[in-house]
Design a protein around this ligand. Structure first.
Ligand code: ADP
Ligand code: MG
Length: 685
């Protein structure tokens, strides 16, 4: 993309000094608070942050003054509560620091009250019917675990967003509750092994894939602009067949974009680390060092918006849709997930001693149980109109959720199930004593790129989430269902005299019951769906098939048990997801029909007229027109009819689907009637 379109790489103003000099420069971190707050306030606040507790009103005033002073020094004139409505993006409403004082003079003002809580009008955000428009008030409240930051002239304060009656209207509030649930229940389990553990963190390392498109080409594609993907067109003769893009040389114009993006991200305290070309032409990836899940999710959302802004400066548009172009790879956002203790132990990494490994196997087994029991819910959490193009195609995980453990770990699991001594393979020496538990000698480097949920040595990698998604939902579900499995486990073994024996027999039962979720083979193979069906695993291909899992009784129960979401909240989220799906396909359908009628049909009519004129001119001149021209004309005529009729049929289907009252039936109609009608038009064009 270097020389194309006459665009040269934009010069980036690098900050002087090393990354460590400006990393986090735009963030009001705990470190900075030290110099803006009194000692006692700082102590109270950092204790609240550590405990995940909300800010108390008595220190809010001082924190607000300190934050304002810092922000003004950073050049900020405005502040906003930065929150995550169910649209999937982020929302902000900027207010200036300006107030009149008693002498009617304008001064910079910001109070503790404004820091802690705001009341934006919530009526235009999706709520799935939870909030009547006449009770439009919503509250945003600061989440001190995610520090405030300055973007441009605005101080951004990460907040949760709830309704007047306390229901969550956002993604952050339930995520925080899920993280608290997994913390509490994992600590309980850890304490059976080690009493010193007082906190367990959930960690997330995301890998953001994206496309870059030249801005002028993007502007020439209404379908890309309106729907995020191209609806018409054919494969390029050269796409990714030569496999020459993946990890290839980054073009200088793109590199300039990446460099500026990294600088901006680093200033915001986002530890981005890896950048490279992805499989498809003009597809790239950005990944940070993993962080605590709440912060990692905020940082991913922030990165997506910084990307959009920086791309424009470089004459690009960043395309985050999961499948912008047919025929080449789509984009995902892998979630690398683990749990770790405040004593520094990664609970998903094999240990050096037998007790540590018993703990490790306990956590792995409980993850298996959680993912198997709630695989439909997990699938629903990442299902959307856009991600549906990716899952199940031969490039991304299939629609079936299974877990890859690798030979070593699966060997251990089999040995526990069979009660036999684990036979270490030649390559790896792992000992599984009869009385003691496995002692891993070697890390597990196994890789299976086709698995949707893979053990990768010291973490699980969940590969289904799409590139565009807010990762809160998937991580909220994952941490909640794992909390449930851990809670069942501690209930079963607590107080048992021989704890190790009780644990081993519990593990044996859990692994026997849930081994069906383990699949180390090729997830893209034709045999796997058949095998999965025999195992009774769900194969939810379309989004309307997957979403009802969100409101399945087991899902509602697990959300309720850990107070992550109430029944009303789960149901409202389900409604929002269905509604979002229908609206997305509706927009695509309308765009397809209008493009067909207003762009393609006139162009084809014009071309076919030119061919007809040519035939006529030749016959008038006394020679027979070439058969090719006549054939072409016939074909064009047939296409004109097909497009015209196809567009009419599509519009009819859209109307029918849009008029459906029940929201699930509506989504089904868009899926099974509108999508094929769109495909028809697309083929004719
Ligand atoms: P890949 O080969 O898939 O690119 P990497 O090992 O480079 O895998 O890691 C990808 C992501 O996983 C990075 O964001 C990294 O920080 C994150 N990661 C590494 N260890 C952990 C862990 N224990 N928990 C969560 N994420 C992790
Ligand atoms: Mg990966």
């Amino acid at each position: 993309m270097d020389e194309a379109f006459g665009k040269k790489a934009v010069q980036v103003d690098y900050p002087s000094g090393r990354v460590s000099d400006y990393f986090g420069q735009s963030v009001f971190s705990l470190e900075k608070m030290k110099s803006y707050l009194s000692k006692t306030t700082f102590k109270t606040l950092s204790a609240a942050v550590e405990a995940g507790a909300p800010l108390t009103h008595d220190i809010a005033e001082e924190v607000a003054q300190g934050m304002k002073q810092w922000a003004i020094e950073m050049g900020a004139t405005h502040y906003t509560h930065w929150f995550q409505p169910l649209t999937g993006g982020t929302a902000e409403k900027h207010d200036a620091f300006a107030e009149f004082n008693s002498d009617k003079q304008l001064i910079e003002e910001f109070s503790g009250k404004l820091l802690v809580q705001q009341e934006p009008d919530a009526s235009s955000f999706p709520s799935g019917g939870i909030r009547n428009t006449f009770e439009a008030r919503g509250y945003t409240a600061w989440d001190p675990a995610s520090p405030a930051f300055v973007v441009g002239d605005t101080l951004c304060i990460p907040t949760i967003f709830i309704s007047y009656t306390g229901e969550a209207l956002d993604y952050k509030a339930p995520l925080l509750k899920a993280l608290a649930a997994v913390d509490k229940n994992a600590v309980k389990v850890c304490n059976l092994f080690d009493e010193k553990v007082t906190k367990v963190f959930s960690y997330l390392g995301w890998e953001q894939e994206y496309f870059l498109v030249d801005g002028s080409l993007w502007a020439g594609r209404p379908d890309l602009m309106l729907t995020g993907r191209t609806l018409m067109g054919h494969d390029s003769a050269k796409n990714q067949q030569l496999e020459d893009h993946y990890f290839g040389h980054v073009p200088s114009r793109v590199l300039a974009f990446m460099t500026e993006l990294e600088v901006e991200a680093h200033k915001l305290g986002i530890p981005v680390k890896t950048r490279h070309n992805e499989v498809a032409p003009n597809q790239y990836e950005l990944a940070p060092i993993y962080e605590e899940t709440n912060l990692a999710v905020d940082h991913n959302l922030l990165v997506m918006s910084v990307m959009r802004r920086v791309a424009r400066r470089h004459g690009f548009r960043v395309v985050l849709h999961e499948k912008p172009f047919k025929g080449i790879n789509g984009s995902g956002k892998h979630c690398n997930w683990s749990l770790g203790t405040d004593t520094g132990v990664n609970l998903l990494a094999p240990a050096k001693d037998a007790v540590g490994n018993l703990q490790f196997v306990t956590f792995v087994a409980n993850v298996l149980k959680a993912v198997h029991t709630h695989n439909g819910l997990l699938k629903a959490s990442i299902s959307s109109a856009t991600n549906a193009h990716r899952l199940g195609a031969n490039e991304a995980p299939p629609a079936i959720i299974s877990i890859f453990l690798g030979d070593e770990l699966e060997g251990v699991v089999r040995a526990i199930i069979d009660g036999s001594k684990h036979k270490a393979s030649d390559a790896v020496k792992m000992e599984l004593g009869a009385a003691v538990l496995p002692t891993f000698i070697k890390d597990n480097p196994d890789r299976n790129r086709t698995s949707p949920f893979a053990f990768t040595g010291n973490k699980f990698e969940f590969r289904m989430p799409g590139s565009e998604v807010n990762l809160s939902d998937a991580n909220m579900v994952l941490n909640t269902i794992v909390a449930k499995a851990l809670s069942d486990f501690s209930d079963a073994v607590e107080g048992k005299k021989d704890f190790e024996k009780a644990t081993r027999s519990y593990m044996k039962k859990v692994l026997t019951d849930h081994q069906r979720i383990i699949f180390n083979g090729d997830n893209y193979s034709e045999e796997w769906p058949k095998e999965a069906a025999r195992r009774g695993l769900l194969n939810l291909k379309s989004t309307p098939e997957a979403l009802p899992q969100y409101v399945a009784e087991e899902s509602i129960e697990v959300f309720n048990e850990f107070r992550v979401l109430s029944r009303a909240e789960v149901e409202s989220r389900y409604e929002v997801k269905l509604d979002h799906y229908s609206k997305k396909i509706n927009i695509e359908g309308l765009t397809t029909a209008r493009l067909a009628r207003r762009n393609y049909l006139p162009a084809i009519i014009e071309f076919s007229t030119a061919v007809a004129n040519s035939i006529e001119a030749k016959e008038d001149a006394g020679v027979e027109a070439p058969r090719a021209e006549k054939d072409l004309l016939k074909k064009l005529n047939a296409c004109i009819d097909a497009i015209y009729e196809g567009a009419a049929l599509l519009e009819e289907e859209i109307q029918g689907a849009a008029a459906t009252v029940d929201s699930l039936e509506k989504a089904q109609a868009f899926c099974t009637r509108v999508l094929p009608a769109m495909q028809n038009v697309r083929e004719a064009v």
